[in-house]
Design a protein around this ligand. Structure first.
Ligand SMILES: Cc1cc2nc3c(=O)[nH]c(=O)nc-3n(C[C@H](O)[C@H](O)[C@H](O)COP(=O)(O)OP(=O)(O)OC[C@H]3O[C@@H](n4cnc5c(N)ncnc54)[C@H](O)[C@@H]3O)c2cc1C
Length: 333
């Protein structure tokens, strides 16, 4: 909703990944004149976001991330809740094989927002996992979205809110007051510290098993997860490799992804493989997101493994900055 006291601006956003979509939507809803440029001919085909598990897991991510991620993630979940009717908030379940029990204890120490649950509660939450795990961690406040459906929805919502969406275009219009750069890894030409962290994932389909929420299976070497997408589809992800290689998924990664699904439940052995896919996550050296303000450009980048978790909150911070100059000290540079 446009505020009467705020000067509306002509804003160009570069890149329709999850960061650009959220930023376009929030600014258009606030009454600004927004143009969204996406270089690819078909939306999302070149976006890292297309490959995400799209878990919204501010607590589980404390295992590898700082408090800032949880703070921004919790705000983002509120924004997803207000905006996206298909948001799934059924929590996350974390389990381990008996021999990896210490991994579960370590994960519990590193994270908050969970309760330790026994086999009976696991069976209540996920009947198809009954008797497979003696104990687990349940993170009730976490959620997930289907990444492609969510991105389609945000693009349409941004259009309806008045955004001029230009697909297959990258030339900046001459008369912009502000340019917001959400080009992900492509912004490395200007943000030279950015690096790519490769992630691989698998999509499978099974009618034999039903999961109601993302399930993480801890393992000392390859901790992976399975996210239910509905209608029998599951995303199994994701590797994290310090490499910007763009090739197809390696045999080793495929074996790890497939073994995770099979270890979670042997019924996944009969699942159909729908697709393998890989993308490089844009990350700064400290793996924290940043909003960089430089020469009339505002860059939102470094979303690393938290694009869906952080994009709404970062978009809101960028919008507040444009309107009032307020800058969150841990995010802006
Ligand atoms: C396997 C995998 C699993 C993941 N799982 C999760 C998860 O569960 N939860 C989570 O929160 N995050 C997850 N992530 C991380 C998340 O996907 C990224 O953080 C996020 O996609 C980064 O989004 P972005 O908008 O910054 O970049 P991108 O999605 O890459 O979008 C950038 C866009 O800019 C466009 N572009 C480039 N150059 C130009 C130009 N000159 N003009 C116009 N447009 C341009 C590109 O075509 C692209 O569409 C995962 C990532 C991977 C790879």
């Amino acid at each position: 909703m446009a505020s009467t006291s705020v000067t509306t601006r002509k804003i160009t956003i570069r890149g329709a990944g999850i960061a650009g979509l959220w930023t376009a939507l929030l600014l258009a809803q606030r009454g600004h004149g927004v143009t969204l440029l996406e270089r690819s001919e078909k939306p999302f085909t070149d976006a890292c976001s297309f490959y995400a598990g799209a878990m919204l897991a501010p607590y589980c991510e404390e295992e590898v991330a700082e408090e800032l991620i949880r703070e921004l993630g919790l705000r983002s979940i509120e924004l997803w809740r207000e905006t996206y009717p298909e948001l799934q908030i059924h929590g996350s379940l974390v389990v381990a094989q008996p021999r990896d029990r210490r991994e579960l204890d370590r994960f519990a120490r590193m994270t908050g927002g969970h309760e330790r649950i026994d086999a009976a509660r696991i069976a209540e939450l996920e009947p198809d996992l009954a008797d497979r795990f003696a104990t687990g961690l349940y993170f009730a406040g976490e959620g997930h979205v289907h990444p492609h459906q969510a991105m389609d929805y945000l693009l349409e919502a941004a259009r309806k809110a008045g955004t001029d969406v230009r697909i297959g275009e990258e030339e900046l219009p001459k008369a912009s007051d502000v340019v917001i750069d959400c080009r992900g890894l492509a912004a490395r030409d200007e943000l030279t510290e950015l690096r790519g962290v490769r992630g691989e994932r698998l999509v499978i389909r099974s009618d034999e098993i039903q999961l109601n929420r993302p399930v993480r299976l801890l393992h000392p070497r390859f901790p992976l997860y399975v996210v239910p997408w509905g209608y029998g589809f599951y995303l199994v992800g994701a590797t994290q490799i310090e490499s910007e290689e763009e090739g197809a998924v390696s045999v080793r990664s495929a074996l790890e992804l497939l073994s995770t699904a099979y270890a979670l439940h042997p019924a996944f052995g009969e699942a159909e493989i729908i697709s393998f896919g890989a993308a490089t996550r844009p990350a700064f050296p400290d793996n924290r997101p940043r909003i960089v303000v430089r020469d009339g450009h505002v860059y939102i980048n470094g979303l690393f493994r938290h694009g869906f978790l952080l994009a709404p909150a970062l978009a809101e911070l960028a919008a507040d900055f444009i309107e009032t100059g307020a800058a969150h000290s841990e995010v802006f540079s």
